[in-house]
Design a protein. Sequence first.
Length: 229
Amino acid sequence: MPLQTDGPTDGPVVLDRREGPHGEVVLRQHGEHHEIIANGCFLMDTSDGRSERLLVDAALDGLADHPAPSVLIGGLGVGFSLARAAANPRWRRIAVVEREQAIIDWHRTGPLAAISGDALADPRSVILHTDLVTYLRTATDRYDALCLDIDNGPDWTVTDDNETLYSPAGLAACQGRLEPGGILAVWSAQPSSAFEDALRNAGFTGVTTEEIRVARGVPDVVHLAVRPA
């Protein structure tokens, strides 16, 4: 299906706009970069993928004793985390949960295939078209790492139903999908001491926060926690 364009050529150009079960999602091009907007909320773009790559790298670093770990990436986004995981031969299995069919299409047949095409062709990779919160609660598969990036952070969710992911019940569901000693990594556009406390209260250990400095404003961060063995 060809992507649609509208809007002035000297600013962001809308390539595709769709209404899904969770609201509107938009793919825009701004210069050489692409942007994903959900319900009017900027999610991410292709200008700087350092923190999305850190999400995967930090989780793998915490699994030094696992020779062939598996990872579940929550949110396909612009594909930086998936591409990073597929570039490392240590990952044995790479699953990506994405609830928006539009985003999946943009990677399979649209402009974002330039980032994720090789990763999607990797036999270790699979995309699960489902809601992450539902999957964590109902699935039976376990992973050595969960790398979650579906919001702008625990304190800034894209849709109200995502808030349950960061609740005690949601964090318990995360533990249920992790192998003992597994790593939970959660991306955020800003640090959250309240979320760190929530992780500890949920029974996670080794709670830490890694920062990626940005030119202006607060740093992007990755919150890390370990399911006790």
